[in-house]
Design a protein around this ligand. Structure first.
Ligand SMILES: Cc1cc2nc3c(=O)[nH]c(=O)nc-3n(C[C@H](O)[C@H](O)[C@H](O)COP(=O)(O)O)c2cc1C
Length: 316
């Protein structure tokens, strides 16, 4: 019998639905596997839908990696698990505060040290920098990161630039005008069962003990190098502004609100001018940097990768 610990954070319940589907094959296997699920929750919990200013004002503390207090976990920290699955959404190119707080806790180092960890994210489409941060935090607690699954919102990047904030700020997820519904598509969520099937097969043959991915060949995560480069520039700007905003005061203070409004204006101008220009430049220069971009893509997609070769084996 193998024991699996699932640590998850999901504000609207989208990632919980993904995990319900992904864990299905393990939960259906009788007493072959014990699955213990823990939902992280900060004190106080973040609101949903978000009031506009509160949404923006969460950015500095999220980016600098503050650790707010968490609701106590139910799991006995002396328990030993064969596999740990950490499921998190992305906030401002970073892990959400609840996840950062957990990974920085003594609890995490006791539960995760020396253990294989699979990470799962479901977000708009910019997860690379957050995942790099998660990898650093996992390394710091001595965990062995073995796989990563990334699901992204349906529609183009331009469409989700409208549909995701609309969902976060109003709670409305439906399709409207020419825009698709917000969030990860139902078909992608349905298909995430393949990861549970592959994990079940791997655990049956002790593959979690080996230093190699169990979810390769399943299109687990696909990096768009154009978006990844924008993320790299974005996170630098976020870190700088997060430090400035924090220096101006606590969340909610008037001076900070004025600076936030200015930064929002600056960001929108940047997104509407510099980002399309730099994307155009990148497309023009792509042939000259083909090798470099392929190496970067392979590196960022590690450990599980975007290869699809095993998809027909897990087709349910
Ligand atoms: C404050 C906040 C910031 C977000 N920032 C990003 C981001 O930088 N990149 C991204 O791909 N998605 C971002 N999202 C979308 C989330 O990753 C995720 O898709 C959404 O919150 C639903 O997840 P959940 O309900 O399972 O928690 C953000 C959401 C929130 C609430």
């Amino acid at each position: 019998m193998k024991k699996i610990l699932v640590i998850e954070y999901s504000q609207t319940g989208q990632l919980t639905t993904v995990m319900d589907r992904l864990l299905g094959p393990l939960l259906e296997s009788g007493d072959e596997f014990i699955v213990h699920r823990e939902s992280l929750q900060t004190i106080p919990a973040a609101p949903f839908p978000w009031p506009f200013w509160q949404f923006l004002d969460t950015f500095p503390e999220t980016v600098t990696g503050d650790s707010p207090p968490l609701q106590p976990l139910r799991v006995d920290e002396a328990s030993e698990f064969d596999l740990i699955i950490l499921a998190y959404p992305v906030w401002f190119l970073s892990p959400p505060p609840a996840v950062t707080a957990f990974l920085k806790s003594d609890h995490a180092s006791r539960l995760l040290r020396g253990r294989p960890v699979v990470t799962v994210t479901a977000c708009r489409n910019m997860w690379v920098m957050a995942q790099e941060r998660i990898k650093t935090l996992l390394l710091a607690v001595g965990a062995r990161h073995c796989d990563h699954v990334a699901l992204v919102d349906q529609g183009s990047a331009l469409a989700s630039f409208i549909t995701t904030p609309r969902w976060m700020l109003t709670g409305r997820k439906n399709a409207f005008w020419k825009f698709p519904a917000a969030g990860v598509s139902a078909s992608q969520i349905h298909a995430s069962r393949r990861f549970g099937q592959a994990l079940r097969q791997a655990l049956r043959t002790d593959q979690e003990k080996l230093a190699r991915p169990m979810l390769h060949g399943l299109a687990a995560c696909t990096v768009d190098t154009g978006l990844a480069s924008s993320e790299r520039v974005g996170i630098r700007s976020f870190r700088l502004w997060a430090a400035v905003l924090r220096a101006l005061g606590q969340p909610g203070t008037p001076l900070r609100r004025v600076a936030l409004a200015f930064y929002l204006f600056f960001l929108i101008v940047l997104i509407l001018t510099v980002v399309p220009l730099s994307l155009l430049l990148k497309v023009a220069l792509r042939p000259f940097f083909k090798q470099h971009l392929t190496t970067l893509k392979n590196h960022l997609e590690k450990p599980s990768g975007s290869d699809r070769s095993r998809l027909p084996l897990f087709d349910e």
